[in-house]
Design a protein around this ligand. Sequence first.
Ligand SMILES: C[S@@+](CC[C@H](N)C(=O)[O-])C[C@H]1O[C@@H](n2cnc3c(N)ncnc32)[C@H](O)[C@@H]1O
Length: 290
Amino acid sequence: MAATDMDQLPLFEVPPGRAPDKSKTKELPLRPLWTENKAKLIERYLYYFVLVTKHGTYIDGFAGPQRGPDNWAARLVLENDPQRLRHFYLFDRDGRQVAALNQLRNDHPGRDVQVFAGDFNDRVDEVLRPSVIRASEAVFCLLDQRTLECHWSTVERIAAYKGGNHKIEIFYFLANLWLPRVLASVRGDTARQWWGRDDWGTLTHMHGSARAELVSRRFREELGYASARAWAIYNHRQGRRVMYYMIHATDHPRAPGLMSEAYQKAVQPKEPIDQLALQLGIPAAQGSGA
Ligand SMILES: C[S@@+](CC[C@H](N)C(=O)[O-])C[C@H]1O[C@@H](n2cnc3c(N)ncnc32)[C@H](O)[C@@H]1O
């Protein structure tokens, strides 16, 4: 039987000395999520989940806009309606990105939006304090790093912050397609800070899905999350290439099911809130209104 173009590509396209790209998946999910829609996944999930928690705080460690305003997580989450999330802590170290965040804050004068300029790894402790985040508060933290910007010790501090209460939920972006190339070219201490251990070199030879499962396991076993699952985010034009895995770490029993729902529906029109409340089995009086 003749090989398909897809089968032959790696034989001819991989430049000498570079590890073969093993990031393609054989099967796409029924409704694959494309990179340009990754912010919509977070928006939709929080649209669902705050119906359960009724309140919450949103931390965004790498918050400046990567694409246009329509695919900007911080903006989409802030503008979700009903406005159940009450506090927004947005970080970025790039001056122009900070200006965009300040503009976003100014566009929403009635909301509690605080912008932190600088390295998230250094500044996150300013919000991980009882005077800022109470133990009973539902907290969601987006870690949308490009590749190696979020130190593992930062993830550890976020995961440990709430002690015995529901942990801070984390959406952790694990780069996939370009990760082996970046790891092969960076200084060891950069990779070690990101991975939090010395064995980061083993990651370059792993298949992307195995790497994502390893990171998910670290969230469960080292950081103590009841559930951590990796969701593949694909490149639209190149079809099966996985650009990122979004690792969703939570210990709330309803959260994994709602993420599954959000992944399927991220780009569809939002369900009216009353219909959603019914679907989720939440009494309508609690489900509707802000
Ligand atoms: C992938 S983009 C974030 C995209 C954004 N979440 C969106 O929805 O469009 C990563 C951002 O992280 C910022 N960044 C990189 N390293 C950082 C660090 N150490 N601390 C804070 N921000 C950082 C960059 O300036 C950039 O704005």
